[in-house]
Design a protein around this ligand. Structure first.
Ligand code: NAD
Length: 421
């Protein structure tokens, strides 16, 4: 293990494999490529220090390299103890992006790595889940006066930032990248949909056809997971707490019921609610022998793992990322990836093509923050509409797809009230 002041990765010999995988992902990231080329010429982030806390994947590597190309000094750390791709982390160090991330790191190392990233004395922060921002606000607040702004990648992180804003605790402006249409409609839905199924498949090699799959939470990620599980022939049951979303799931063709009922039926349970103890002891007590439990929500709190541990007579790792819990009744439950987001723990996270849009938003928001230095209040801002639209236009163009535009007559009609029946 290499350990120096501003980077910490697992194994230096992995660099070549990491470089090749980063290059492979870049082929599917045409929008980030265009931004990187422009950044290379214009250097909009010249000399700007960025501390980034993201899943250390091939796609994140390409974002970090684009920011570096724009002139930024980027230090990276992991946003989850189990999501790091060690070869990518090593390659990034070689590319001049000090990276602090080791797959399977314990919580102490995880926060040590966040602190090393913060030692970069950031002017901008990029976060996924808000652990870096909350550490900065609570333990490293001496650094905040230098911060221009930041961005947040995921739903759970945005919820935490909004709660900080409401409590008057937020000290600098942040952009909720998650809430851009070119982020959540694609990354959360198609990215999480495909990669969650991929993670569970890689961990277990199960056949989905004919399985009863219970999706807990029908937000954008839940939409994607349910859709892809259905496409593979599973019978999908959705559980929800929001009536509109539950109704939507019904009309999308899924069975909807309380989890206490679904618990008795499911072969595979997937939590994707961004909430705590969604699967609780009472549900675990009802599950069938052999049921599989996976989480794809941001934190490992969605399945009550302490309850599962307390119910278990014994536990063994039967395959990588599969823990078998034998309960008193001689029932077995299988927890995947220690309850951490399974698409990143057991697979590679979202495909590059979808991260292309999320990270194009991130790169453009970093540029926006620098351009608007000192002009924004310490609040959570939406991604500016022109950035969202620009990302969609560039993505369509990279796919060779043209669309129509409004005629003058239509523009007038769509902004007037005079014409009716
Ligand atoms: N694995 C990944 O790569 C990845 C990618 C994007 C987002 N996420 C994370 O996934 C989670 C969900 O994100 P989203 O964008 O779909 O959020 P969302 O807010 O759109 O959806 C969450 C849904 O869960 C429902 N819910 C909350 N508590 C529930 C409960 N106890 N039982 C049933 N349903 C419940 C909510 O009503 C809501 O409809 C978040 O933690 C987010 O950060 C993970």
């Amino acid at each position: 293990m290499t350990s120096t002041k501003n980077y910490d990765v697992k194994d230096p010999s992995l660099a070549e494999a990491g470089r090749q995988r980063i290059e492979w992902a870049f082929r599917e990231m045409p929008v980030v490529k265009l931004i990187k080329e422009r950044f290379g010429k214009e250097k909009p982030l010249k000399g700007v220090r960025i501390s980034a806390c993201l899943h250390v994947t091939t796609e994140t590597a390409n974002l970090a390299l684009a920011l570096k190309e724009g002139g930024a000094n980027v230090v990276l750390c992991a946003s989850n103890p189990l999501s790091t791709q060690d070869d990518v982390a090593t390659a990034l160090v070689e590319y001049g992006v000090p990276t602090n991330a080791i797959k399977g790191e314990d919580e102490k190392t995880y926060y040590k790595h966040i602190n090393t990233a913060l030692d970069n004395n950031p002017q901008l922060t990029v976060d996924d889940g808000a652990d870096l921002v909350t550490t900065l606000h609570s333990k490293r607040s001496d650094l905040i006066s230098n911060v221009i702004g930041g961005s947040e990648e995921t739903t759970t992180g945005v919820i935490r930032l909004r709660s900080m804003e409401k409590a008057g605790k937020l000290k600098y402006p942040l952009i909720a990248v998650n809430d851009a249409q070119t982020k959540y409609l694609f990354d959360n839905r198609y990215g999480t949909g495909q990669s969650t199924i991929d993670g569970i498949t890689r961990a277990t090699n199960i056949l989905w056809a004919g399985k009863k799959v219970v999706v807990c939470g029908y937000g954008w990620c839940g939409h994607g997971i349910a859709l892809r599980a259905k496409g593979l022939g599973a019978q999908v049951i959705v559980t929800e707490v929001e009536p509109v979303r539950a109704l939507e799931a019904v009309m999308d063709g899924y069975r909807v019921m309380p989890l206490l009922e679904a618990a008795k039926l499911g072969d595979i349970f997937i939590t994707i609610a961004g909430d705590k103890n969604v699967i609780d002891k009472a549900h675990l007590q009802l599950m069938k022998d052999g049921a599989i439990l996976a989480n794809s929500g941001h934190f490992n709190v969605e399945i009550n793992i302490p309850a599962l541990e307390s119910m278990a007579r014994s536990k063994r790792r039967i395959r990588p990322f599969v823990d078998e819990y034998t309960l008193d009744s001689n029932r077995h439950l299988y927890l995947l990836g220690e309850g951490r987001l399974i698409n990143l723990a057991a697979a590679e996270g979202h495909p590059a093509s979808v991260m292309d849009m999320s990270f194009a938003n991130q790169a453009l928001c970093m540029e926006y923050m620098v351009k608007n230095r000192g002009k924004l209040e310490p609040r959570v801002y939406p991604v500016p509409e022109e950035i969202d639209k620009q990302v969609a236009r560039l993505k369509l163009s990279s796919m060779g797809i043209d669309i129509d535009s409004l005629t003058q007559e239509q523009e007038k009609y769509l902004t007037s009230w005079e014409e009716g029946t």
